[in-house]
Design a protein around this ligand. Structure first.
Ligand code: GRF
Length: 214
């Protein structure tokens, strides 16, 4: 079985979608073993705890440099023998080394159709505000592998959502979550778990250690 870590910063509704999918047997090729928040008090931590998943805070503000922060996250991922890292509303940008260590084993969900409305500065409501200002009639969400370029890694899955005349950033954000993110993320995680399993990464402890020692 593959061990999954979900990294969050806030409400954790995408985490909840993954927990629900796991309960319903729709996410069956991996298990959520760890939730990490970069902000204390994130509600996603409560969701994890309520479902018996170890939930830890690595407060970005406790670290002077992003390298030190990455190291703390990396140590936890190794300690919990994590194969796949899911960034689900995680607002810190992880550095090159950690991203490289989890090459094709770290994925992110972004609330637009990449390559539109993405990259540095496009997060949360800002994305949906920019979508409405631009006048496009279709937006959506994207799940992609994490690379060194923010929101720039290989695309795994996309789901379009229609923009309505009377949408506000808030209403659009909600619909993109309901119609795209919460449906697509569990599917994408299951798909990536299967890819990793077929690649043979999953299972033996040796493999995990080898991957992590590279
Ligand atoms: C989602 O729109 C996600 O795509 C984005 O941040 C939001 C987080 O929502 N990156 P939640 O914490 O999963 O509720």
């Amino acid at each position: 079985m593959l061990n999954i870590a979900v990294l969050i910063s806030g409400n954790g509704t995408n985490l909840q979608a993954l927990i629900d999918a796991q309960k319903e047997g729709k996410l069956e090729s991996g298990t959520i073993k760890l939730v990490i928040s970069d902000r204390p008090g994130a509600y996603g931590l409560t969701r994890a705890a309520e479902n018996g998943i170890p939930a830890l805070t690595v407060n970005r503000k406790d670290f002077q440099t992003s390298e030190q922060f990455d190291q703390a996250i990396g140590e936890l991922l190794r300690k919990h023998r994590i194969h796949l890292v899911v960034l689900a509303g995680f607002l810190s940008i992880l550095g090159k080394e950690l991203v490289k260590e989890y090459d094709h084993r770290m994925i992110n969900i972004h609330p637009s159709l990449i390559p539109a409305f993405c990259g540095q500065g496009y997060y949360g409501l800002k994305v949906h505000r920019a979508v409405l200002e631009s006048g496009v009639k279709v937006t959506g969400a994207t799940v992609h592998y994490v690379s060194e370029v923010p929101d720039g890694g290989e695309i795994i899955m996309q789901q379009p959502v229609l923009v309505k005349e009377d949408d506000t950033p808030e209403s659009l954000q909600r619909r993109v979550m309901e119609e795209a993110e919460w449906i697509m993320l569990p599917k994408a995680v299951e798909q990536v778990c299967r890819v990793l399993k077929n690649r043979g990464d999953a299972i033996s402890e040796d493999t995990i250690l080898k991957v992590n020692e590279k």
